[in-house]
Design a protein around this ligand. Structure first.
Ligand code: KIV
Length: 261
């Protein structure tokens, strides 16, 4: 059964939440009903589009992929990442989030930013658009911040992160993705807010976890962040299967009697 926003909020302190990314109908259909939430993450720009970061993906691409995911995952709460540059101010955020809502059927949107973007989250939630926040390491800003930097190493940064989480909660977000920080910072954030925290590289004390599907199924080989647990060696399996197929065709073993009309 599809999760509601309220049931996700109510999961705090009672159950762990599971989120996975998906970018297309085929894989989304495999994940459907197996997780609490599917995120159409702008990470698709890295893992699927071969780009170095998430900055160049635009709204039309996010809409295209979200429509595909929702055709595959009919019974899972689905969230779309608002791409870089699509929420620079309240007016454009509202226009672009409304487009996602109207054109895709997504149940919520996610955007990166803490205290400094709380007014944008508020503008959306005030207009009945459900929002997930995203604080800590924020990939959309890695280019301007000189790379992917782990957060929460000093007390002062932990305080800043807590302020960010509270601002996101006060603005009406129903959940927060917390990325790339020391475990004690993650714990402090989870304890500071009343909405679920969904961690990625944020340690054990989170209300839930999210992983990028191509990382956790071992299809993305370029590098493996420390926090990723691979549940499948997808790339090896695919390469071996395709090699076998190529060899069968070259050697006249495929198609044989079984596969002809
Ligand atoms: O784009 C994405 O996949 C994300 C996850 C890292 C949470 O934002």
């Amino acid at each position: 059964m599809i999760r509601t926003i309220t049931s996700i909020k109510n999961a705090k302190n009672s159950e762990k939440l599971v989120m996975i990314t998906a970018y297309d109908a085929l894989f989304a259909s495999l994940f459907d009903e197996k997780v609490d939430m599917i995120l159409v993450g702008d990470s698709l720009n890295n893992s699927f589009n071969g780009q170095k970061d998430t900055v160049s993906i635009d709204l039309s691409m996010m809409i295209y992929h979200t429509k595909a995911v929702l055709r595959g995952a009919k019974n899972t709460l689905t969230i779309t990442d608002m791409p870089f540059g699509s929420y620079l101010d309240e007016k454009s955020a509202l226009k672009n989030a409304s487009k996602i809502y109207q054109q895709t059927g997504a149940h919520a949107v996610k955007l990166e930013g803490g205290k400094e973007r709380a007014h944008i989250i508020k503008a959306l939630t005030n207009n009945s658009i459900a929002v997930i926040g995203h604080i800590g390491l924020m990939p959309q800003f890695a280019r301007s911040e000189g790379g992917f930097k782990i957060r929460g190493k000093e007390d002062e940064d932990i305080k800043r992160l807590i302020d960010d989480a509270r601002a996101v909660e006060d603005a009406g977000a129903f959940c927060i993705v917390v990325e790339g920080l020391k475990e004690e910072a993650g714990k402090a954030i989870t304890e500071a807010v009343n909405i679920p925290t969904i961690g990625i590289g944020a340690g054990r004390y989170m209300d839930g976890q999210v992983l990028v599907w191509s990382d956790m199924l071992g299809f993305f080989e370029e590098f493996k962040p420390k926090f990723v647990k691979r549940y499948l060696n997808g790339a090896d399996l695919v390469k071996k299967a395709v090699e076998q197929y190529a060899s069968d065709v070259k050697n006249g073993k495929f198609p044989d009697d079984e596969f002809i009309y």
